[in-house]
Design a protein around this ligand. Structure first.
Ligand code: B16
Ligand code: MG
Length: 218
């Protein structure tokens, strides 16, 4: 059996947490006296916590001292974690567990490639932790997406060549990262947003097991 490296983003691909990041950031912006649009929010997906706050403050024309910046980061994460706290397995995105289990049963290497520092917590909460051979998250990388670092580190740890890796991503920055890494990029979401991906699916119901077999054999 051939082996491919299957690399999954977390927020917006495995769990429906992108909406919680949005709510928490929006609440933070409003507390500073402005708001931002859903279109702008697309630019925050896959982007690190620090970089996200820098972008939001620039949109609102707000400057903070280093201490206040750190405090806002902390507050945002506390707010986000309060949503995560009441999250259940119902928030797994459609068919993602079927895909993970099928790949696992086929002996395919599986990695997480996420910008989130909360990734391990969320995987444990949703009982998916053990399905991953490798986890690379915001605590393991120095360069955020669109740098390919997170996916290249995952490929290296899986011991699979980048050209034999398939990345599932919901963010523009993540698709760019996968493309730069020389991997097959599968966008999960809207084709109008993820046009640079090699292929776009709305969700995993569009990837039946025979399509996964084709990825493995290709
Ligand atoms: P945290 P992903 C990313 O996760 C999110 O898309 C992005 O919105 C978030 O700012 C980033 O993680 C950092 O997350 O604040 O939990 O460390 O999509 O790369 O799995
Ligand atoms: Mg994501």
């Amino acid at each position: 059996m051939k082996k491919k490296g299957f690399i999954f983003d977390l927020d917006g691909v495995i769990v429906d947490t992108a909406k919680y990041h949005y709510l928490a950031w929006q609440r933070l912006a409003q507390s500073l006296g402005f708001s931002f649009s859903e279109v702008q929010n697309e630019e925050l997906k896959g982007v690190s916590r620090v970089r996200s706050l820098e972008k939001i403050l620039a949109w609102g024309g707000v400057t903070l001292s280093e201490t206040d910046f750190k405090e806002q980061l902390h507050k945002k994460n506390e707010d986000y974690l309060s949503y995560i706290d009441s999250m259940s397995r119902d928030e797994l995105l459609p068919d993602v567990e079927r895909v993970l289990l099928y790949l696992k049963n086929q002996g395919q290497p599986i990695a997480l490639g996420s910008a989130s520092k909360n990734a391990r917590l969320i995987l444990k909460k949703t009982n998916l932790f053990d399905l991953f051979d490798i986890i690379v998250d915001g605590t393991n990388v120095t360069k955020a997406k669109p740098s390919p670092e997170v996916f290249l580190v995952a490929a290296k740890q899986l011991e699979i060549a980048p050209e034999a890796c398939i990345v599932f991503e919901d963010s523009v920055a993540g698709i760019q990262a996968a493309n730069t890494a020389g991997m097959l990029s599968i966008g999960v979401g809207e084709a109008s947003v993820l046009g640079k991906a090699d292929r776009v699916i709305k969700n995993f119901t569009e990837l039946p097991n025979d399509q996964l077999d084709q990825f493995i054999q290709s």
